[in-house]
Design a protein around this ligand. Structure first.
Ligand SMILES: *Cc1c(COP(=O)(O)O)cnc(C)c1O
Length: 417
């Protein structure tokens, strides 16, 4: 097939060529004296993107799901009560894992398209005077619905209730894209993975644990083996791993952390917001469609879930985009299956790259009978991006001057004198 495949699922994301090249290495001895330096570089870089000084990062050869398990099994015991809200497929799957591991989950059911219900969390925590709830779980960015939740608000709810429960956060699709503050928000376990904001292939589970979370280990009775944190801590202390680490991915991770640091984490976050605003303009102003996220405060800067009009099958739009235009969009999962499609706008991304997704999705929608104005998506996104200052990471040259008037846009060399 001619041309490239346009990958816009919200993970795995596009792997920059720089990272691909960094991973093209021969295998080496993971017990060599050189190896600890690699480990230390990674751990220092991870602390920066988690924004933590007190947290301990861990890198597992697994997907993000493995670190959900690591967070739970190293801290809790069978029958322990945990509080969790369900508002999408990923918050659901974490709850499902808790139940399979024998935890007692107090589930707050929320409408899909909304985020963590802060007041309800606070009320529940205040009512739990016996402190039966051992951990509070939150999915920071619900990738299924394009909803970002307020983690600082959850920390406030815990503090308001003076509740000692641990705070566990899934940041698989937010780390390195959306503001995330491990220390400031008093997070105890943060769970992530390699194939979203970190722009790597899938294969690394990334975890960060607070001293308070690590102190739970001796009393925690859930079974664990592969994901045993003390095994990791002991080996990592000397720069090694208890089993063969995913060497190529680790080289890729070093490059990814380097790229984020060169752009500046704040700039990376600003870029995700700026790009997401353009996509949201395309959806709501251009196509006149709705996002699954019910309110602006929940808008995700890494993924937009676009609601299709009644009577349109989401699967058909997604199939058309893929089969006809070589464009991969995300589908609706579970409760929202068939009702929406998702555009992932995280990781290695810029305006023109995103224009491909906007135009491709628009063509696929038109082909499937969705009544959108041709060209309206690109017009609205383009208008947003042209009229707002771009974060520095998007400019090949530093701060290009914007043409202020049509006169300034005239090429004087060609203008009649
Ligand atoms: C992708 C994702 C996961 C699952 O991660 P895997 O690496 O596929 O195991 C969990 N939570 C969220 C929010 C995600 O986006």
């Amino acid at each position: 097939m001619a041309g490239r495949n346009f990958l816009f699922v919200p993970g795995p994301t596009n792997v920059p060529e720089r990272i691909q090249r960094a991973m093209m290495v021969s295998m080496e001895d993971h017990r060599s004296p050189r190896f600890p330096q690699l480990t230390q570089t990674i751990m220092a870089g991870l602390r920066e993107i988690f924004r933590t000084e007190t947290g301990t990062p861990f890198v597992f050869p697994s997907s993000g799901t493995g670190c959900w398990e690591a967070a739970l099994t190293n801290t809790l015991s069978p029958g322990d009560k945990v509080l969790a809200a369900r508002f999408g497929q990923f918050s659901h799957l974490w709850i499902d894992m808790c139940e399979r591991l024998g935890l007692d989950v107090q589930i707050v059911e929320c409408e899909w398209g909304t985020g963590v219900p802060l007041q309800q969390y606070e009320d529940i925590l205040k009512a739990d005077t016996q402190h039966q709830i051992k951990a509070v779980l939150v999915c920071h960015n619900e990738t299924a619905t394009g909803v970002t939740s307020d983690i600082a608000g959850v920390r406030e709810a815990l503090d308001e209730a003076a509740h000692p429960a641990l705070l566990f956060v899934d940041c698989v699709s937010s780390l390195g894209c959306i503001d995330f503050r491990f220390d400031d928000w008093g997070i105890d376990m943060a769970v992530s993975g390699s194939q979203k904001g970190l722009m790597l292939p899938a294969g690394l589970g990334i975890l960060c644990a607070s001293p308070k979370a690590l102190a739970m280990y001796p009393s925690s009775k859930l079974k664990r083996a592969y994901f045993d944190l003390p095994d990791m801590i002991q080996s990592n202390a000397t720069g090694y791993f208890p089993y063969t680490p995913a060497l190529t991915l680790m080289y890729g991770l070093i490059e990814s952390l380097k790229m984020i640091s060169e752009e500046g984490l704040d700039n990376v976050i600003a870029r995700h917001h700026y790009l997401a605003e353009g996509v949201r303009a395309a959806v709501t102003e251009g196509w006149q469609l709705k996002l699954c996220a019910k309110e602006q405060r929940w808008h995700s800067d890494t993924v937009s879930a676009v609601m299709l009009p009644e009577g349109i099958a989401g699967a058909e739009v997604i199939a058309r985009a893929y089969q006809r235009y070589n464009l991969s969009l995300g589908g609706g999962l579970s409760k929202v299956a068939g009702k929406l499609f998702r555009i992932g706008h995280l990781g290695d991304m810029n305006e023109i790259h995103l224009m491909a997704a906007i135009n491709g999705a628009e063509m696929a929608m038109l082909d499937c009978g969705v009544n959108v104005q041709p060209g309206s998506g690109a017009a609205a996104a383009g208008h947003y991006w042209r009229t707002h200052e771009a974060p520095s990471g998007l400019c090949a040259m530093p701060k290009p001057a914007l043409a202020k008037s049509s006169a300034a846009r005239t090429n004087t060399a060609l203008a009649p004198s």
